[in-house]
Design a binder for this molecule. Structure first.
Ligand code: ADP
Ligand code: MG
Length: 245
């Protein structure tokens, strides 16, 4: 059974069908790209999986458990993580402190009784930073980091919650091509090492082809194609949407 099973998901905003009967599966240990032009419905699908939006109809199963109707916090507890922009208030904290905070809040989510100080999590935070190649910058303040490095810290923060499924909405937006490649290579490494499932959105195709195991393409809320890079690249509907040919 796939970790994530999305079935016949539909969401309308007024007259706009932002998701129109969308179905797809995401097995464990796979990096699945959700492609599509602006307005295709990518963020809408994401926000239904993490519980921020309630679909009009359909089903979202995680390990066979229905997520629709659950609060975002409870979906997070089940192991659906997402990368957030680091809040501005944390930019004065160091890299390692930010990860320690994330680890602390994860423990608090599990136990109301045991509350060690953030410093307790230093070693674990350093181990996570090593996984995202940021250990050497642990003592720098987040506010002075290069953009690509901020994204690495965001990944470490997301991993602090030990997700089974990680959702990344346009993780490479605003990045230079070399930074994009580095972030996707890192994400791919984490998928393999942790048997993590990642669903990410992207509107540019070049990076996706190099790193995603599989991709699905949305256009006007509908899933128009699904498959590996070769299938997607040559798919007539995809070519029409992206290249107008
Ligand atoms: P993408 O992330 O692929 O760019 P979105 O999921 O953000 O696309 O949007 C899909 C469609 O749904 C667009 O037409 C958008 O205008 C509409 N939409 C998204 N969110 C809302 C909302 N909260 N209220 C009204 N319309 C929305
Ligand atoms: Mg979007």
């Amino acid at each position: 059974m796939s970790l994530l099973q999305v079935k016949n998901l539909t969401k309308s905003f007024g007259g706009v069908k932002a998701a129109d009967n969308v179905s797809f599966d995401l097995p464990r240990g796979q990096l699945l790209a959700l492609l599509g032009p602006n307005g295709a419905g990518k963020s809408t699908c994401f926000n239904m999986v993490n519980g921020q939006l309630k679909p009009n109809s359909g089903s979202i199963l995680l390990d066979g458990q229905e997520l629709i109707g659950m609060k975002p916090r409870n979906i997070w507890r089940l192991g659906v993580g997402r990368t957030f922009q680091i809040a501005a208030t944390f930019s004065s904290m160091t890299v390692v402190e930010n990860v320690q905070m994330a680890l602390m809040s994860f423990e608090r989510k599990l136990s109301h009784l045991w509350r060690p100080a953030a410093s307790f999590y230093r070693d674990e935070a350093m181990a996570l930073l090593a996984q995202v190649d940021m250990a050497s910058q642990a003592e720098r303040s987040c506010g002075v980091l290069a953009y690509g490095d901020v994204k690495r810290v965001e990944l470490a923060i997301a991993l602090a919650n030990q997700p089974k499924l990680l959702l990344m909405d346009e993780p490479t937006a605003g990045m230079a091509p070399n930074e994009r490649n580095a972030l996707m290579a890192l994400t791919k490494k984490l998928v393999v090492e942790r048997n993590l499932s990642v669903l990410f959105t992207e509107h540019s195709m070049d990076v996706v082809f190099a790193y995603a195991d599989r991709m699905i393409v949305l256009a006007r809320g509908q899933l128009i194609a699904e498959g590996d890079g070769e299938t997607i690249r040559n798919h007539p509907k995809v070519r029409e949407v992206y290249f107008g040919t």
